[in-house]
Design a protein around this ligand. Structure first.
Ligand SMILES: CCCCCCCCCCCCC/C=C/[C@@H](O)[C@H](COP(=O)(O)O)NC(=O)CCCCC
Ligand SMILES: Nc1ncnc2c1ncn2[C@@H]1O[C@H](COP(=O)(O)OP(=O)(O)O)[C@@H](O)[C@H]1O
Ligand SMILES: [Ca+2]
Length: 561
C-alpha cells in the first residue's frame, strides 16, 4: 500500500505578540509553536533612524518538546522600596500581559536544557487564550507521565543522589505538573523488594531510578519479577517467554558507571534524563535472563563479564568507600594480575537480518534494526529444542583459555568508554554481542583495552572474537568444582592435581583460581556455569536512544597504540 502524505498541521492560533520588545508573529499549530519577528518600517525620531529592517530568524518549538506554559508575573518597580519585585499580572501597571513557555533545547554532547520564551500580549484575554490553547495541545500528549514512583539510592556514585534529585530534577517535574512519591532507600534491595511485593503500581505511569547501574538493576528485578508473578510465569523455567513490563523506567544518573543511562540517552546528565521523562519518551530494551541449571539467578541489561570484568568487580567491592575511582584502581590491579580462565562457551547465533557486531550500523534513535518485526528476533520453538552441535549445527561451541568473556545486550557506552564494549550492539534487537578475548600477552591485552577509549576497532585483534547471539552457555573447565566450597573440602590427590595444574599455568601470580566470577551489571553471580537467553524488548525506558551526531566525534583521552 502506498504511503499517504501527512496532512499539514492544523493552524490553531496566530497573533502579533511582543518578544524582547519586538513585534513577532506567533503561531501555534498542532505540531509547532513558532515566533518570527515582523519587519517594521524605519522610524525617524530626533534625526535618528530606529527600527532595523533585518528579518530576524524564525523559532520553532515542536509541541511535543514544550514542557509547560504559565501566565507570567511581570517585574515592576515597587512603589515603596524602589526595588524590583514580582507582582501578579492582574495588578501590573501597564496593559502588558505575558505568558512563558518552557521547552527543551538541545546543547552539546546530547545534553538537553530547559529553555524559556516569554511572549507579551496587549490584553489578558488574549494571553489566557494562548495559555489555554497551548495547555490543550499538551493535554493531548497522553504518552507523558503524570504520576511517578521515584527511588533514590543515597549511597550510589559519589553519594549525591538525593541532592541531584532535589536540586535538578524535582523542580523540572514540578514545572511539568508531574506528581511524585519519593522513596529514599535504606538498604540494598529495598527498591527491589518494594516493587516486587508492596508498591501499588496501578497508581503510577512510571518508575524513576536515581542511582547507578546497580540501582537500575534492582528496579528491573523488582518490576520484571512482579510482572511475571502477576502473570503466573515461573522465572526458574529458562525456556518460558517472559511477559514485558508495562511501566516505563527513567534513570537519573547518580552512580559510578551510569552506562545504561549513557547508552540510551547519549549523556549521563540528570537534567537531560529528567526532560526525557517529562516528554514521555519510550525506548524498549532487551534483557538477558541468567540461569544456573534450572534455577533463575539474575537479569542483565548491560555487561555480563567473566574474567577481567568479573575480577575488577570482585576487587572493587572491597573499595566501595573510594566511590567511582574504585574501578580505576581495581582495573589496573586486575590488568597486572593477567589471569586467564578455561572453559567452554556454546551459543546460538542470531539471524543475519539483525546485522553483525562489526558492521558499524550503530543503534540510534528510531533504529531500523530494533524496529524489525519482533517475530524475527524471537527464538522459535524449533530452535529452542536444538541442543549444542548434535542437531542442525545451530549452536556453536568454543573451548579455550580466556582473559575475558563479555556479553553486551547493548553498546555499554559510558564516560570511561564513549563508544562502549560493543559499539554496534542494539538496545532492542533481541540479541547480545558475545566477546571472547583469548589468552594473549599483557601488551596485546592493553592494546585491546585502550581501544575501548579511542576510535580504533577493539575487535580487530587475532585474539578477539565477537558474535551476535540470542542464547549462550558457559561451563568452566573444572565444572565439578563450580562451588569453591566443594573444592576446598576435597581431600587427596585429586585436589593436589587440580591446584598444581592451575599454578603451573600461572607461574607469575602464584594464584590458584580455577574460576573467575560473572560481573552482572555490577553484581557478582554466585555461579560460574550459567545459561543466558536474551528477551527482546522486555522493558521500556523513558529515553529515545542516542540522537544526532555520533559520540565518536568527541576527543578521546587516549590515542591508539
Ligand atoms: C587501561 C585503560 C582501560 C580502559 C578500559 C575501559 C573499558 C570500559 C568498559 C566499561 C563497560 C562498562 C559496562 C557497565 C558495567 C556496569 O554495569 C558495572 C556496574 O556499574 P555501577 O552500578 O554504576 O557501579 N560497572 C562496572 O562493572 C565497571 C567496569 C569498569 C572497568 C574498568
Ligand atoms: N540505601 C542503600 N544502602 C546501601 N546500599 C544500597 C542502598 N540503596 C541501594 N543500594 C545498593 O547499592 C548498590 C550500588 O548502587 P548504584 O546506585 O548502582 O551505585 P554505584 O554506581 O556507585 O555502584 C546497588 O547494588 C544497590 O542495590
Ligand atoms: Ca540487544
Amino acid at each position: 500500500m502506498e504511503k499517504q502524505p501527512k496532512p499539514p498541521p492544523l493552524l490553531l492560533l496566530s497573533s502579533q505578540l511582543s518578544f524582547q520588545n519586538r513585534v513577532c508573529e506567533v503561531t501555534l499549530n498542532s505540531a509547532f509553536l513558532s515566533w518570527k519577528e515582523v519587519e517594521t518600517r524605519p522610524k525617524r525620531t530626533s534625526g535618528n533612524i530606529y527600527g532595523p529592517l533585518k528579518a530576524a530568524g524564525s523559532h520553532y518549538v515542536p509541541v511535543c518538546e514544550i514542557i509547560s506554559v504559565q501566565e507570567t508575573e511581570e517585574d515592576c518597580p515597587s512603589t515603596d522600596t524602589g526595588k524590583w519585585q514580582k507582582v501578579p499580572q492582574s495588578v501590573a501597571e501597564s496593559n502588558q500581559h505575558a505568558f512563558t513557555v518552557s521547552y527543551v533545547e538541545r546543547t552539546q554532547k546530547h545534553r538537553w536544557r530547559c529553555s524559556e520564551v516569554t511572549l507579551h500580549c496587549t490584553d489578558r484575554t488574549l494571553c489566557l487564550q494562548w495559555v489555554q490553547a497551548i495547555r490543550e495541545q499538551l493535554s493531548l500528549l497522553t504518552i507523558r507521565p503524570k504520576h511517578l514512583l521515584v527511588y533514590i539510592n543515597p549511597y550510589g556514585g559519589k553519594h549525591h543522589g538525593k541532592r541531584i534529585y532535589e536540586q535538578k530534577v524535582a523542580p523540572i517535574f514540578s514545572r511539568a505538573s508531574i506528581s511524585t512519591d519519593v522513596i529514599v532507600t535504606e538498604r540494598a534491595n529495598h527498591a527491589r523488594d518494594h516493587l516486587k511485593t508492596e508498591a501499588d503500581l496501578k497508581k503510577y505511569d512510571g518508575v524513576v531510578c536515581v542511582g547507578g547501574d546497580g540501582m537500575f538493576s534492582e528496579i528491573i528485578h523488582g518490576l520484571i519479577s512482579r510482572t511475571q508473578c502477576d502473570s503466573g510465569v515461573d522465572q526458574d523455567c529458562s525456556d518460558e517467554p517472559l511477559i514485558p513490563c508495562s511501566l516505563r523506567i527513567g534513570i537519573i544518573p547518580a552512580g559510578s558507571t551510569d552506562c545504561i543511562c549513557y547508552a540510551t540517552v547519549g549523556s549521563n546528565d540528570p537534567v537531560t534524563s529528567a526532560l526525557h521523562i517529562v516528554v514521555g519518551d519510550s525506548q524498549p530494551m532487551d534483557v538477558c535472563s541468567i540461569h544456573h541449571n534450572k534455577t533463575f539467578l539474575r537479569y542483565s541489561v548491560s555487561l555480563l563479564g567473566y574474567g577481567f570484568y568479573g575480577d575488577v568487580l570482585t576487587d572493587s567491592e572491597r573499595k566501595r568507600w573510594m566511590g567511582p575511582a574504585r574501578y580505576d584502581i581495581s582495573g589496573v590491579k586486575t590488568f597486572l594480575s593477567h589471569r586467564y580462565y578455561e572453559g567452554t562457551i556454546s551459543f546460538l547465533p542470531a539471524d543475519e537480518n539483525v546485522g553483525t557486531p562489526r558492521d558499524k550500523l550503530q543503534c540510534r534513535s528510531g533504529c531500523d534494526i530494533c524496529r524489525l518485526p519482533s517475530a524475527d528476533k524471537q527464538v522459535s520453538k524449533d530452535e529452542e529444542s536444538v541442543s549444542d552441535t548434535e542437531t542442525k549445527g545451530v549452536w556453536k561451541v568454543i573451548r579455550g583459555k580466556f582473559l575475558a568473556i563479555n556479553a553486551a545486550c547493548m553498546s555499554c557506552a559510558c564516560p570511561r568508554s564513549p563508544k562502549g564494549l560493543s559499539p554496534s550492539a542494539h538496545l532492542a534487537d533481541g540479541t547480545a554481542d558475545l566477546i571472547l578475548v583469548r589468552k594473549c600477552s599483557r601488551f596485546d591485552f592493553l592494546r585491546h583495552l585502550l581501544r575501548h577509549t579511542n576510535k580504533d576497532d577493539q575487535f580487530d585483534h587475532p585474539f578477539v572474537e565477537v558474535y551476535r547471539v540470542r542464547q549462550f552457555r558457559f561451563t568452566p573447565r573444572y565444572e565439578d568444582t563450580d562451588s569453591e566450597l566443594d573444592l576446598r573440602e576435597t581431600e587427596g590427590s585429586g585436589r593436589k592435581r587440580f591446584f598444581s595444574q592451575i599454578c603451573r599455568e600461572h607461574p607469575a601470580c602464584s594464584c590458584s583460581l580455577a574460576h573467575s566470577s560473572w560481573n552482572c551489571d555490577g553484581e557478582i553471580l554466585p555461579h560460574a556455569a550459567i545459561q543466558v537467553r536474551v528477551h527482546c524488548q522486555l522493558i521500556k525506558l523513558f529515553a529515545r536512544g542516542i540522537e544526532e551526531q555520533s559520540v565518536f566525534e568527541e576527543p578521546y583521552a587516549f590515542s591508539a597504540i
